[in-house]
Design a protein around this ligand. Structure first.
Ligand SMILES: [Zn+2]
Length: 269
């Protein structure tokens, strides 16, 4: 009998040890899983969508530029930009007065642009630089207050010449957009010029920089916003230098068909 009791005790001890070992294994697995989940979520939270990868911050050598372009293309391809997400701003579609874009500074140009367009613009200008071209950003984000000041200055000048206020206003808004109607208030539009020729005139369109931009901008999600011959639709005269970010998909369609943003947004899916 004693022999059997010992045997039973021995088995019970063995069972208890097995249970303890199993419990320990489950605990270790649980902790490992929690650590893994924490690691993944904290990494995801640190990198919000649209944010650049840390190694993109320092871009100087060519391989880094290539990486920047590569990453930009991947980001853009994976973005789910819908037609209805594309902002239309023109004389009949003013921005709401409280519209405030999230701006990011292009340090090399002292220009502020919407963060959605930042990587694309950088990639585009760097690709042009590699072709030996030098750009300057003549105008980027412009606040609605600044737009109002520009209009007022021009109106005042005409009033001094004897125009009535309403005549002066009508005259001025032919060339300068009314407040809220300028794409520059979105931060998505930039006036890019040749660094060697910075005048906004007809000659600008014949510079190597503008010729290259008009040919290549769509690859980076930009369109020539006010093309020649489309003045009846855009209500703005041809501006060879005004580029607007709309995303690669829309840009490629618009530029390959030679249409305006208005026509693109009007057309059926
Ligand atoms: Zn412009």
């Amino acid at each position: 009998m004693k022999q059997r009791t010992r045997e039973r005790r021995r088995r019970r001890r063995k069972r208890q040890m097995m249970q303890a070992a199993l419990c320990l294994a489950v605990c270790v697995a649980g902790i490992t899983l929690m650590a893994a989940v924490w690691h993944v979520t904290s990494f995801a939270l640190r990198r919000m969508p649209g944010e650049k990868e840390p190694d993109q911050e320092e871009v100087s050598a060519d391989p880094a530029t290539d990486r920047l372009q590569e990453t930009f293309r991947e980001q853009d391809a994976s973005s789910t930009a819908q037609k209805e997400d594309i902002l239309l701003v023109n004389k009949t579609h003013p921005l709401p007065e409280n519209y405030t874009p999230s701006l990011k500074r292009m340090n090399d140009y002292g220009a502020d642009v919407d963060e959605q367009a930042y990587d694309a613009l950088n990639a585009m200008l760097k690709a042009g630089n590699k072709e030996g071209l030098s750009f300057w950003i003549a105008s980027s984000y412009r606040s609605m207050e600044r737009q109002r000041e520009l209009l007022d200055e021009d109106i005042e000048a005409l009033v001094h010449q004897g125009y009535s206020y309403s005549q002066a206003y009508e005259e001025v808004v032919r060339e300068t957009m009314p407040v809220g109607c300028s794409e520059h208030a979105t931060g998505l539009a930039v006036d890019i010029v040749s660094k060697d020729y910075q005048i906004l005139d007809e000659q600008q369109g014949r510079t190597d920089e503008i010729i290259w931009l008009q040919k290549n901008c769509s690859q980076y999600g930009f369109i020539l916003r006010y093309p020649e011959g489309k003045e009846d639709i855009t209500k703005v005269s041809y501006e060879s230098w005004h580029f607007r970010y709309v995303g690669v998909e829309a840009a490629e369609e618009i530029m390959s068909l030679g249409i305006t943003l208005e026509e693109y947004l009007d057309s059926a899916e």
